[in-house]
Design a protein around this ligand. Sequence first.
Ligand code: CAA
Length: 380
Amino acid sequence: MDFDLTEEQLLVQQTAREFAEKVLAPGVIERDDKMIYPTEQIKELGELGFMGMMVPEKWGGAGLDAVSYCLAIEEISKVEAATGVVMSINNSLVCQLMMDWATDDQKKRYLRKLASGEWLGAFSLSEPQAGSDASNLLTFAERKNDHYVINGTKNWVSNGIHSNIVIVFAMTEKGVGYKGVSTFIVEKRRKGISTGKKENKLGIRASDTCEIYFDNCEIPVENRLGREGDGFKIALKALDGGRIGIASQALGIAQAALEASVRYAKERKQFGKSISQFGAIREKIATMATEISAARLLTYHAAYRKDKKQPYSKESAMAKYFASKTAMSASTECVQIFGGYGYMQEYGVERLMRDAKITQIYEGTSEIQKLVIARSLLEE
Ligand code: CAA
């Protein structure tokens, strides 16, 4: 067992860290406050090869492994979790999904642009009545000769507004449950697709989330990914990888909380001494550091298994469940250590607490992660 990162992985980590500190840190509070999407920053991430990290160079990506991907998402999210999710969705739920399912023609038309950061992708599975029960879709794609006509409403689509293409899951057959779900690449410039307002969220406010409406949106048959009926498996396989990205995002938030807590605890004096000398504060910091290390090991382990082409569904669920729980507890304790200052926007730690919450919800709630873990132990 080797716990050391390779030279290449260390370089990715350092590059992401420097980028986050120099390019993302300035303006992060303002972007969160005013819900300003980090357009220029995402463009620069594309130039660094961070938007298609696991895609081979042949298809416009950086040809890196999943562990490198974790390192980069963690560093970016440590400074701005909203940028972390934009990056994670494009990498996992769009580029990796295409690597797994797209034909060479589809890769030529879309993957190169997405992996190089020229284009941005979104992943649209959820609907108002289909959250955790993800195959309960009403959006329907009706085949008419050489094209499909899509009608329906999607919600909570991250990257929905700024994306050029959307991976859309829709029913192609009624009454057969998840076996009726199919997957399509829909270009945003097509007629019949429109987006709702940018949602006003608790956290990751700089990222965009919206509803998407399909009103007789025609797309060619060549834009279907996989076969009719493969859609639900395509979604769940992509989410297995996506959950590693969200675990890494949660790690970044938790690590930021730990570093801020250590820094502040050493500076702040009460009762004539540094608060870092009080047992209550030490206990919080020790718990945070231990849980973060455990979450990091779970996350890298899931990524390692993905790289080795071993099954990793249970491991990514464990990583996401535990890392998101850790992000929530570490950020809450961080605000507690900062006391009244922590509750103020300008200290930058209340944002960590707000950002952490979504990591327990999207790409499968913590309850769904536990369902996946328990099933793998009890039903196989
Ligand atoms: N990979 C591939 N196939 C899988 C799979 C996986 N990880 N897990 C299950 N499957 C297959 C099963 O084998 C089964 O196929 P067969 O019958 O041929 O064997 C089929 O999929 C259906 O599986 P289940 O019966 O287990 O399906 P289910 O209805 O019980 O649902 C679930 C399982 C785990 C609850 C699933 O619905 C789930 O993960 N729900 C959460 C949805 C989710 O994560 N949504 C996130 C929205 S996207 C988002 O958040 C993006 C964003 O913008 C940030």
